[in-house]
Design a protein around this ligand. Structure first.
Ligand SMILES: Cc1cc2nc3c(=O)[nH]c(=O)nc-3n(C[C@H](O)[C@H](O)[C@H](O)COP(=O)(O)O)c2cc1C
Length: 357
């Protein structure tokens, strides 16, 4: 009997395997965690308006992002300290992503480091950096990142300072990444401006991703500044609390970007249907952070691979039942916003676990 046939089983296994500190780091957010709940509530609030009598005997969920073919419109976002969840860390994610056929965005605060990983698991990949030193330091990293063959370079803009994550603070629990960087000196992050973007665009020929965009105006400024990918994110509700659910920011951002550059989105996406909703609202691909971390905790590379296979099945099933056979056919008229059914929370995509299955 295969170990996992549903994503719920993978989440359940992750909970069994993690100690309380790692579990809370994974699921937790900033302050009151309202942004964590809003991400999920917003995703659950979009519902389908399906079409019938279209031939969906063959559903194609493949797409392309920055010239890289994606088997499903999903990327694995940066997860700091991912080695807490499984010892292979970023390398296990890289192997699963490569074998399945999607793109990984590697965090600068996880193991192995980006150059070691590029040698261990060659292939298309984006590198995400937190600025913890000056511009010369950043330039050196970007150069090395290009030499190591990275597909793109990502700056996370929503981490001007490290937020207050009370689950961790109240246990005096510090993530490994914080221990590595001496408690996390994010002060250079607070100094990042549009000049930083202009500097990178002027000096380097590597696609630049800005992660953490939340409003149309910043998306427009990104495009005008030559940013190559606009990444809508509130860091999974782990940075500024009391933000909108990210899927609710997507329509205004895709309208502002108007197809000029790809748009990534993350925040609360846990299931195949969630991914399809974001694609209807104009995303190029969807990041799934806690999905990635949960699968890693459940069983590393093999569990993540299995989770992606189940996710693909969910995506294709949803598309067929919505009457659409290709990613290009997913359009805004297929969804509308409805009142939420119940208060959402970080794992409310898995109601059967709550019921005790
Ligand atoms: C445990 C954990 C660690 C994270 N570490 C990083 C990081 O190092 N860099 C970053 O840009 N975002 C980081 N994020 C945010 C994710 O990249 C992503 O934006 C977020 O998880 C999306 O929300 P979701 O978890 O609801 O899918 C982290 C998220 C989690 C859950």
């Amino acid at each position: 009997m295969p170990e996992f046939l549903t994503l719920s089983e993978i989440v359940k296994k992750a909970r069994e395997k993690l100690d309380q500190g790692a579990w809370d780091y994974l699921r937790g957010g900033a302050d009151t965690e309202s942004a964590v709940r809003r991400n999920r509530e917003a995703v659950e609030s979009w519902v389908f308006k399906p079409r019938v009598l279209n031939d969906v005997s063959s559903v194609d969920a493949t797409t392309e992002f920055l010239g890289v073919p994606l088997r499903i419109p999903v990327v694995m976002p940066p997860i700091g300290s991912v080695q807490i969840f499984e010892e292979g860390g970023g390398a296990s994610v890289a192997r699963a992503a490569k074998e399945f056929g999607i793109l990984q965005i590697l965090s600068s605060v996880c193991w192995p480091d980006f150059e070691t990983l590029a040698k261990e698991v060659p292939g298309p990949r984006i590198y995400q950096l937190y600025l913890v030193s000056d511009e010369a330091w950043m330039d050196d990293i970007i150069e090395r990142c290009m030499e190591a063959g990275y597909t793109g370079f990502c700056l996370t803009a929503d981490t001007q300072t490290y937020s207050r994550r009370e689950r961790d603070i109240m246990k005096r629990w510090i993530p490994l990444s914080g221990r590595v960087t001496g408690g996390g000196d994010f002060s250079p992050q607070a100094k990042m401006t549009w000049d930083t973007v202009a500097h990178i665009k002027e000096k380097f020929d590597i696609p630049l991703v800005i992660k953490g965009v939340g409003v149309a105006e910043d998306a427009r400024l990104c495009v005008e500044a030559g940013v190559d990918v606009v990444y809508v994110s509130n860091h999974g509700g782990r940075q500024l609390d009391h933000t909108r659910g990210c899927i609710d920011a997507l329509p205004e951002v895709t309208e502002a970007v108007a197809g000029r550059v790809p748009v990534l989105v993350d925040g609360g996406f846990m299931r195949g249907a969630d991914v399809v909703k974001a694609m209807c609202l104009g995303a190029t691909a969807v990041g799934m952070g806690r999905f990635e971390a949960l699968a890693m905790a459940a069983g590393g590379e093999s569990a993540l691979l299995k989770a992606l296979e189940i996710l693909e099945h969910e995506i294709k099933t949803t598309m067929a039942l919505a009457g659409i056979d290709s990613i290009a056919g997913l359009t805004p008229d297929l969804v509308e916003r409805q009142y939420p059914l119940r208060p959402a929370h970080v794992l409310s995509a898995f109601p059967l676990i709550e019921e005790g299955y």
